[in-house]
Design a protein around this ligand. Structure first.
Ligand code: B12
Ligand code: SF4
Length: 439
């Protein structure tokens, strides 16, 4: 059996950074592709990053018209004809990393089902984990949803469909039976069973320079109130499994540049030290993200000697009271020392700042600006993010947000805008005034 896998998470819509030397490879998507191949299922890939004209399926209004009122504009139809021309396989798997990918996938799935009712549309990815029931309810063209790390369940589903066997036993699966939507219990997931991603599709493309994406752990031990993954349990891969995969990727793609996209790369100190010692033997360089409360000077030195060239630190604010509101326990004096150590060790430093968190005041803004000014010259830039309410975060459970119309696809987005643009703009003005680089 052949399966078409669709990646609709369009990374080039993110700002392209001159100092970040890679096209972002879709990690989870390529784990799914690798797992299918391992189970002798042939995979064709459709990655929307490599289609011109994507902007034409960006409009939420057009999406709503098509998804809820069956109205397809001629311009949208033209682009769908082109994008879907290559999809010939019966089973099509849509990977939805975020809401934008979900919206595009829904449009494609509806369109291909209308043109061939035998098509079987299967949805997976982070954007559907908490929405399965409602998605199946609204969109009959979504045949199956596989929740969470569902690559093994996906293989089982494909085998069952090919052999015309029952599917009701498959864990993590949402399906329809007797006009009801059934969601099977989730099976435990072992990160050590996660297949090493297969990036071979991207190898043949005319791209710039790749950093190989990899995840050594999933989840985080912190509990920041604004964060959508803060309630996920921390799972770590065995160091021997990480090293085996990193060696394989390095040899297979003849590339020694890695991007470790763990939620928090150093969640477990002893394991991190062991892993860094092993990295030293591999001759690689890597980029990663770390929470300031978990780092110490010894770890900075170890990271540098293991090949770490850049760290993004999730500082978010330098106001003690605001950090308390976020449930972030960061010692700001200690962090200044870490910044100095990174600079001495040659690690580039990027700091995430969150503008407009509930409770932000003029005073907290100025405190944060003063703090980053002191670090100027030692940090490469600030990533300035405007606060939005993540509906999967603990904070959202205690806050009111406006309900969204039941026939508006935006109800599936976990991001709810907050009236804080003036704060975001003030941050930008102050950073400009003080010539602090930011994006
Ligand atoms: C790294 C990362 C990124 C990277 C992705 C790069 C890459 N190489 O993949 C970048 C920086 C590009 C990114 C961007 C964004 N991200 Co992000 N990201 C993550 C992060 C930290 C890890 C993703 C990952 O690789 N996980 C590990 C893999 C194994 O898991 P996975 O991708 O979910 O895939 C598994 C399953 O979902 C499933 N699966 C996936 N696809 C399919 C398909 C089928 C058919 C099936 C059956 C199963 C299946 O199997 C996979 C293997 O186990 C997650 C948090 C997290 N811990 O997951 C957030 C996360 C996914 N991101 C999130 C968001 C919001 C975004 C952005 C919208 C942020 C923004 N405002 O710009 C953008 C959207 C990007 C886009 N253009 O569409 C949210 C999504 C929330 C939601 N419910 O929609 C998350 C969950 C973080 C959070 N806040 O909670 N992100
Ligand atoms: S440290 Fe990062 S990943 Fe962990 S809970 Fe806080 S924001 Fe989320």
């Amino acid at each position: 059996m052949r399966v078409h896998l669709v990646n609709a998470a369009v990374q080039y819509l993110l700002p392209r950074l001159e100092d970040f030397p890679c096209n972002v490879l879709p990690y989870g998507f390529c784990v799914v592709a690798a797992t299918l191949k391992k189970h002798d299922i042939n995979v064709d890939i459709l990655d929307l990053n490599y289609y011109d004209g994507m902007a034409q399926i960006e409009s939420v209004e057009e999406a709503n018209l098509f998804l809820y009122n069956d109205v397809l504009s001629p311009s949208l139809e033209r682009i769908l004809v082109r994008i879907t021309a290559d999809i010939q396989n019966t089973v099509v798997g849509f990977s939805c990393l975020g809401f934008d990918a979900l919206r595009r996938s829904l449009i494609l799935a509806k369109y291909i089902k209308e043109n061939n009712e035998k098509r079987i549309n299967v949805f997976g990815g982070a954007a559907i984990h908490s929405n399965a029931q409602e998605l199946m309810n609204d969109f009959p063209f979504v045949d199956y949803i596989i929740i969470k790390n569902g690559e093994h369940a996906f293989c089982e589903l494909i085998h069952c469909l090919a052999q015309k066997r029952g599917i009701t036993h498959i864990p993590n699966l949402a399906f329809r039976m007797d006009n009801r939507i059934i969601i099977n219990p989730l099976s435990p997931y072992d990160l050590d069973d996660q297949t090493c991603p297969d990036y071979s599709f991207y190898e043949t493309l005319d791209t710039d320079f790749f950093a190989l994406e990899y995840m050594t752990s999933q989840g985080c031990r912190n509990r920041c109130l604004f964060c959508g993954v803060s309630e996920n349990p921390l799972m770590t891969k065995r160091v021997s499994k990480v090293i085996k995969d990193v060696r394989t990727l390095k040899a297979r793609y003849r590339c020694n540049v890695f991007q470790y996209q763990d939620d928090n790369f150093i969640s477990d100190r002893d394991r991190t030290i062991h892993m860094l010692d092993e990295f030293k033997k591999l001759d690689i360089i890597f980029y990663t993200s770390i929470s300031p409360n978990l780092i110490d000077e010894d770890l900075v030195a170890r990271l540098a000697s293991a090949g770490c060239v850049e760290i993004v630190f999730g500082l978010q604010s330098a106001s003690k009271s605001l950090l308390r509101c976020m449930n972030k326990s960061i010692d700001l004096g200690h962090f200044e020392g870490i910044v100095n150590s990174c600079q001495k060790s040659g690690i580039r430093l990027i700091i995430d700042i969150l503008a407009g968190y509930p409770g932000e005041t003029r005073e907290s803004i100025h405190t944060t600006i003063e703090y980053v000014r002191r670090l100027q010259g030692k940090i490469a830039r600030i990533n300035l993010n405007r606060f939005i309410m993540d509906m999967n975060s603990p904070l959202s459970k205690t806050s009111d947000t406006n309900p969204i119309d039941s026939k508006d696809v935006r109800k599936f987005s976990p991001a709810r805008p907050v009236a804080n643009k003036h704060i975001y703009d003030l941050y930008k003005t102050l950073l400009d005034e003080h010539s602090v680089p930011y994006i």
